[in-house]
Design a protein around this ligand. Structure first.
Ligand code: TRP
Length: 331
């Protein structure tokens, strides 16, 4: 069975776009592959979170992934910092990662531009740590978005370089695993593109949002002055709301409002009210599970322990072999 690895950024709550997109695919993949999903808390140190923020964010992400359907018995879900072997492999890979190629990474250049006062070495070697994350389990598939394509190419470079240096084919090449058409596009509420947390407040609906918060956000969503001819093409901001309704409402409800739009009888207030209520219903079970799991310290401890045990078993094996390949020997 092929091995899949994916790192989850330990900042930001899950929104509907994450849930209906990547997460649903993770949930499916856990039945088909040997999956390792981890919370990338070492990576997050590049921005120097406080200890309380660091822990709070890790907990939030763990809780939400479990609530969304990641099964800790099927997939290995773990916290990166629980597996020190990753940091050890990162050190070895750093010896053969070169300043020029690290400086050329787009993500590095973006971060330097955004935070010129915090250009630390961890930021520079972020792709090396990411390569260690992946190849420590000898993964061949990495479910990530387009923005991670260059990082994956670097992971292949570092793995191949290790192989060449030590004249073996120890590490397989990891490739991006894109879902293509399976990826449902979830638009945001700002009338523009997709849902995302960086698109400004109110654009994204979070799984942890209260029903009140969801109602407020949806009622504030951008609309136009209404259709002026029958069966006209919907402007993007209206199409977006219909696309969201298509995901959370019943086909009957969707058809009802589409008909009202086509006959110029739609009232956006009613339309948005319905959309908000259906969003609340669609997310209610996850919201409940988020609250239950967040309050179950015992369960969280067990899940983290199980994940760490499984991930370390795999990582330890790799590190033992890597140490032998490099030439570390006990007397
Ligand atoms: N860089 C990824 C992101 O920003 C997170 C990540 C860290 C990751 N390590 C990884 C993703 C390993 C896949 C595999 O989303």
């Amino acid at each position: 069975m092929e091995t899949v690895v994916s790192g989850i950024r330990s900042t930001g709550n899950l929104h509907l776009g994450n849930y209906y997109g990547a997460i649903q695919n993770f949930v499916k993949m856990q039945h088909e592959y040997n999956c390792y999903f981890f919370i990338a808390d070492l990576h997050s140190l590049t921005t120097h979170p406080t200890p309380a923020d660091l822990h709070g964010n890790v907990k939030q992400v763990l809780v939400e992934y479990l609530a969304a359907g990641i099964d800790p018995e099927k997939a290995t879900i773990y916290i990166q910092s629980d597996v020190p072997e990753v940091a050890e492999l990162y050190l070895y890979l750093n010896m053969n990662a070169y300043l020029g190629e690290l400086e050329r990474a787009t993500s590095f250049k973006d971060k330097v531009r955004a935070n010129p006062d915090n250009v630390n070495a961890g930021l520079l070697t972020y792709p090396v740590l990411m390569a260690a994350d992946i190849i420590i389990h000898k993964a061949t598939k990495v479910p990530v978005g387009k923005d991670q394509e260059q990082h994956l190419e670097m992971a292949r470079t570092f793995g191949n370089r290790f192989n060449r240096l030590y004249k073996n084919d120890y590490f397989p090449e990891p490739y991006a695993f894109t879902f293509g058409e399976n990826l449902v596009k979830i638009p945001g509420l700002d009338g523009k593109g997709k849902m995302g947390k960086s698109e400004g407040a109110g654009n994204a609906v979070y799984l942890s949002d209260t029903p009140e918060a969801i109602r407020k956000k949806v009622m504030r969503a951008v609309t136009d002055g209404g259709p002026t001819t029958e069966n006209q093409t919907k402007p993007q901001e209206i199409q977006n709301l219909f696309d969201l309704m298509n995901v959370v409402s019943t086909p009957d409800t969707y058809a009802h409002f589409e008909n009202l739009y086509n006959t110029m009888a739609i009232r956006y207030g009613d339309f948005k009210k319905q959309l908000a209520e259906d969003m609340i219903i669609a997310t209610a079970p996850i919201r409940d599970r988020i609250n239950d799991i967040a309050n179950d310290a015992d369960y969280l401890r067990k899940v983290a322990q199980l994940g760490a045990d499984k991930a370390r078993e795999s990582a330890r094996k790799t590190i033992k072999e890597v140490r032998e390949i490099i030439g570390f020997k006990s007397f």
